[in-house]
Ligand binder design. Structure first.
Ligand code: MG
Length: 181
């Protein structure tokens, strides 16, 4: 199975002003171990992340790469790895359909991995993740980390149901892998 993950608020703690350098990239407890469990169960894992911080001119591609080097290092300490990372640099005012809530990046991933949308869950913390997943035909999982708890309380999920809700990535992965209890 291919599992698609949002980055900020799912794997790492989000910040209101975005992640601008490696120091600001802090993993959420248990997220690396959760990804390691997916790897060990031979599932493929891809990240689908909006990074309008590039299109806005706040950071450049080289800095995004440095941030992702920190993520890769943190993952590898837990024997976890990401098979592919998709990011969208578009600023909101010039967004293509790759920018979530557009389904573009999800469709790219489904094509690259020859995966069936209905068998490919997308785990995110924002309503735009759920909207993108709905448009791409992917099952939707909301984690309550990041913006997730606020999104759950907002009532916005009514338009993108069904949505499974979990406390964090660790719980979401446990459910996907069929853990009992
Ligand atoms: Mg997010």
């Amino acid at each position: 199975m291919l599992v698609l993950l949002d980055r900020d608020g799912v794997i790492n703690h989000d910040r209101p002003d975005s992640i601008k350098n490696p120091d600001e990239f802090v993993m959420i407890d248990g997220s690396a171990k959760a990804i390691a469990r997916l790897n060990a169960a031979r599932h493929q894992v891809a990240i689908i992340t909006n990074q309008s911080i590039i299109g806005r001119g706040t950071i450049d591609r080289a800095m995004l790469d440095r941030i992702h080097e920190k993520m890769t290092a943190a993952l590898s300490r837990e024997k976890a790895s990401i098979d592919r990372l998709y990011f969208c640099p578009d600023a909101p005012w010039e967004a293509t359909d790759r920018r979530k809530p557009g389904p573009g990046m999800l469709r790219e991933a489904l094509s690259d991995f020859s995966a069936s949308a209905s068998q490919t869950p997308f785990i995110g913390d924002n309503i735009t993740d759920m909207q993108a997943a709905l448009k791409a035909g992917c099952p939707r999982i909301l984690v309550r980390t990041g913006k997730g708890a606020d999104i759950q309380a907002s009532g916005k999920l009514a338009d993108v149901l069904p949505v499974k809700i979990h406390e964090n990535l660790s719980d979401a992965v446990a459910d996907l892998l069929g853990d009992v209890g």
